[in-house]
Design a protein around this ligand. Structure first.
Ligand SMILES: Cc1cc2nc3c(=O)[nH]c(=O)nc-3n(C[C@H](O)[C@H](O)[C@H](O)COP(=O)(O)OP(=O)(O)OC[C@H]3O[C@@H](n4cnc5c(N)ncnc54)[C@H](O)[C@@H]3O)c2cc1C
Length: 458
């Protein structure tokens, strides 16, 4: 346990709050989007800037306290118990250089803020399905974007990182300066340091045609079958995914969709909208869509493609890269999670990979999935009434689709992996070994040992 006397010097040195359990504001400071993983650190430091992060890390190292970091809590899969939590939500720096197509983004910034700032200039970032998530945490996990088949992973567009390593040093790393550390931070997530800001190259966006089509659940076989034949033939301008989706009763959602299992096709086309409409036509001719929102789109409305939850909840997000998604895989999926299966899972999705996702990266990074054809994405609720049924249901789908798996998971969506072997599946063997070696160099005391940690010692 850490006492108030222990943190006296820390309180004087940092600008942000230093709170102990029971202090006013402590619960709010540690709270995040995933209510299933509420952190219980012995102390939380609300960092105002990189200086606060350095001071907090130095203090933690001197006191042999393990350190965790949280921006939004979207990726809080495993609650931390004890140690120091550094929250970055106050680190809201955002500098946009339109002529150079660059953005410098503070550790606490959510994608929404970046999207709103750059969209008027015809520029985009490689945000994921929800702009509510934190830009830095998402990108360090590789970042599987809504426009990924056109532009690749979010990590591919990082041009520099400012990172505080466990020795308390603030380093500016990029493809030239400490390239091994830079590469391993991209896809290695929070294993080697706490990133205080990142510099991204922004992508020009000319013409966006996107949205979603909702089909009745009883047509799942027809829609998934058509998707599995149509999607792999798409040009790289199209990014798409499909999910079996239980729509809860939600006044914010169109009432035609409420309270039923549906099939949700998501589609984004970058380029001429007429061409996008032509490409989508075969999927429009299927079944009897309940709602079709695909059309010319303002990039600021990008969250309408996936329609992710925006309210905090108790959930687990996991998945697996697939090498194929064929008729036999569909049969297994429908048996385990389709209409009438009794599955408690609110969402079972298949994202199309390929296109720019398969492009080799410019630096030797730690992003996995470039060799895959699809990504299986699973969401489970952990609310008390389903909490017991969810883990076996997730395991059954993962096991059922194992014959189609590449054997690799994605660190941003790897749920609560157990032992080292399971955790290491988020990377190739070669990348994992590089991460373990780098961890021994940059974090020999294993200070950063919460969440998805590499190596044997947790
Ligand atoms: C609704 C929803 C939609 C999502 N959609 C996608 C998607 O489309 N594509 C995708 O790739 N992922 C997606 N994710 C997963 C998301 O990318 C991860 O949860 C990511 O970790 C979120 O980052 P965060 O900073 O918001 O989360 P936090 O919970 O605040 O952080 C999670 C972890 O990120 C690391 N981290 C955060 N900040 C730092 C930092 N400054 N320095 C070092 N490490 C840090 C730490 O390991 C931390 O434990 C989604 C998640 C949700 C809940």
């Amino acid at each position: 346990m850490i006492s108030r006397t222990d943190v006296e010097d820390l309180v004087l040195q940092v600008c942000g709050p230093v709170l102990l359990p029971g202090d006013e504001g402590f619960a709010e400071e540690v709270s995040g989007f995933n209510l299933a993983a509420v952190h219980r650190p012995d102390v939380v430091v609300g960092a105002d800037d990189a200086g606060d992060v350095i001071t907090a890390v130095e203090w933690a190292a001197a006191h042999h306290e393990p350190v965790g970091v949280q921006a939004t809590g979207h990726g809080a899969d495993q609650p931390m118990d004890g140690g120091m939590l550094i929250t970055t939500r106050r680190m809201q720096e955002l500098e946009i250089d339109v002529p150079r197509r660059r953005a410098r983004i503070g550790a606490g910034v959510r994608w929404r803020k970046v999207v709103d700032a750059i969209a008027p200039h015809g520029l985009a970032v490689l945000n994921g399905s929800s702009t509510h998530a934190g830009a830095v945490g998402y990108t360090l996990g590789g970042g599987l974007p809504v426009l990924g088949r056109v532009f690749g992973f979010a990590a591919d567009w990082v041009r520099g990182l400012d990172v505080v390593t466990p020795d308390g040093r603030l380093r500016s790393v990029d493809a030239v300066h400490e390239p091994e550390l830079f590469g391993l931070l991209l896809g290695g997530k929070g294993n080697l340091g706490i990133v205080t800001s990142m510099t991204l190259e922004l992508v020009p966006l000319q013409g966006l045609y996107g949205g979603g089509i909702f089909y009745p659940g009883e047509d799942a076989q027809e829609v998934l079958g058509a998707f599995s034949r149509w999607a792999p033939e798409l040009p790289a301008c199209a990014t798409t995914s499909v999910s079996l989706r239980w729509m809860p009763h939600d006044p914010a959602v169109d009432e035609r969709l409420n309270h039923q299992l549906l099939v949700h096709l998501r589609f984004c086309w970058v380029g001429d909208p007429g061409e996008g409409a032509r490409v989508l036509e075969p999927m429009r001719e299927l079944s009897h869509p309940l709602l079709d929102t695909v059309g010319p789109m303002d990039y600021r409305d990008i969250d309408r493609v996936h329609l992710d939850a925006t309210q905090p909840g108790l959930y687990v997000l996991t998945g697996e890269f697939l090498q194929d998604f064929d008729a036999a895989a569909i049969a297994v999926l429908l048996q385990l999670a389709g209409p009438g299966s009794g599955s408690p899972l609110p969402e079972v999705g298949i994202r199309l990979m390929g296109g720019a996702f398969s492009r080799p990266s410019a630096v030797a990074d730690a992003v996995s999935g470039r060799d895959s054809a699809f990504f299986l994405e699973l969401i489970g609720w952990l609310a008390p009434h389903v909490a017991e049924r969810t883990p076996p249901a997730l395991a059954a789908v993962l096991q059922g689709l194992a014959p189609w798996s590449t054997g690799r998971a994605f660190v941003n969506m790897h749920g609560v992996p157990g032992d080292e072997e399971e955790r290491s599946r988020a990377w190739s063997r070669e990348v994992y070994e590089r991460l373990v070696r780098a961890k021994a160099v940059y974090d020999p005391e294993n200070l950063l040992r919460f969440q998805h940690v590499v190596g044997q010692r947790r």
